[in-house]
Design a protein around this ligand. Structure first.
Ligand code: FES
Ligand code: FES
Length: 391
């Protein structure tokens, strides 16, 4: 069985752990480091109970591969003991009865802290919107909103504010000894966070739009990847839930089925796609609507295929920049790292399926199944993938 070494900074302390490629960050935190303040509820990226800070941003540790987090700084609820803002939030949560059983509370607090830091003084409506990715089955949210509103009063946005926790992470003996990675291990393709060169590194400043940049590393030569990506219909088969219904030159039509817990929507829409053969790059735009829920999605995706930094003749990396905007019922998920988390997971599934398809090997069944759970991503990817499929 393949293993990898994840080198993290957890609550200020360097940690090296041996993990299997699909080990989730929450497993490392809870099972290896004994940081059980990070709770696990749905394990599907939906409830937010497992939220921790990764490189300063809230992230769902149940849908974050530990290997992908290697090199990152992770702060769990235990790491905020000396944080003054978190102390204020804890106090306000108590006074406003913002918790009952407490299961959601660690994730709520991490998210609440991010809301206050990022937005400063916030109105109740905004808090509800921002908190929509954290579910509580006990409190009814009134106390939660009141507590966050109170703490936010008079504050200015401080997005650049950082917090370095006192080093007191893993209990003794919890850090596994590092082992060397097998050379070019046949571990599944996985997305790696990275800034995409060129203008892709610019933030999306359009109102209501979100943006994410990733690169996927796949053990297939660049020419083969590029030829595969040119056939959008074929590529769409790597994305469960996606279906291209029509391709006419640079125009395309398609459908994307999205499910998030009880919420199921089916987007239908149109898009365009343009390829640049010389640069092995492409750009797709599209928009679609689910008439049942009234949700709509629009987005753009730009990609470029390059030789991988290592083993350049036999491996590639696909640089991808995705921009999207959601409206309607699904708009509540267009925030706070939820969609980003799902996208990250989806990208991993897509890469694994794409690699298997090109190599003619069976699709990794586990990945495809897990997609059913993470169909949320689709809502975000609907537009992008539609664009991908579209050509
Ligand atoms: Fe529910 Fe992670 S456990 S989002
Ligand atoms: Fe029980 Fe939120 S306090 S789930």
């Amino acid at each position: 069985m393949n293993t990898l070494v994840a080198e993290l900074t957890v609550n200020g302390a360097p940690v090296k752990v041996i993990a299997e490629p699909r080990t989730q960050l929450c497993e490392i935190l809870r099972e290896t480091l004994n940081l059980t303040g990070t709770h696990v509820g749905c394990e599907q990226g939906v409830c937010g109970a497992c939220t921790v800070l990764v490189d300063g941003k809230p992230q769902r540790s149940c849908v974050s591969y530990a290997g992908d987090c290697s090199g990152s700084s992770v702060i769990t609820i235990e790491g905020f003991d000396e944080d003054p803002l978190m102390a204020e939030l804890r106090d306000a949560f108590s006074r406003h009865h913002a918790l009952q059983c407490g299961y959601c509370t660690p994730g709520m607090l991490v998210t609440a802290r991010d809301i206050v830091l990022r937005l400063g003084e916030v109105a109740p409506g905004t808090i509800r919107e921002e908190l929509s990715g954290n579910l509580c089955r006990c409190t009814g949210y009134v106390g939660l909103v009141e507590a966050i509103e109170e703490v936010s009063k008079g504050r200015k946005p401080q997005r650049a504010a950082t917090f370095t926790p006192a080093v007191k992470v893993a209990a003794a003996g919890q850090t596994a000894p590092p082992v060397p990675l097998p050379a070019h291990a046949s571990s599944p393709a996985r997305p790696v966070r990275s800034a995409v060169p060129g203008n892709a590194a610019q933030p999306d400043l359009r109102k209501g739009w979100s943006r994410i940049e990733q690169h996927l590393e796949i053990a297939v030569p660049p020419d083969q990847i590029w030829q595969k990506l040119r056939d959008i219909r074929d590529v769409s088969k790597c994305l469960p839930g996606a279906e291209i219904t029509e391709v006419d030159g640079s125009a395309l039509s398609g459908r994307m089925n999205v499910a998030l817990g009880p919420m199921k929507v089916a987007f239908s829409g149109d898009g365009t796609v343009v390829f640049d053969e010389a640069a092995r790059s492409g750009r797709m735009t599209g928009r679609g609507r689910d008439t049942g829920s009234g949700s709509s999605a629009e987005g753009e995706v730009e990609w470029r295929v390059e030789p991988a930094e290592k083993n350049a003749d036999a491996a590639s990396r696909i640089l991808v920049v995705l921009s999207w905007r959601l409206s309607g019922r699904l708009a509540q998920f267009n925030r706070g790292g939820l969609v980003q988390d799902v996208i990250q997971r989806l990208a991993s599934i897509f890469a694994a399926n794409l690699e298997a398809s090109i190599k003619g090997t069976p699709a990794p069944a586990g990945e495809i199944k897990s997609l059913g759970v993470l169909d949320l991503l689709w809502s975000v990817l609907v537009s992008r993938w539609r664009r991908w499929r579209g050509k």
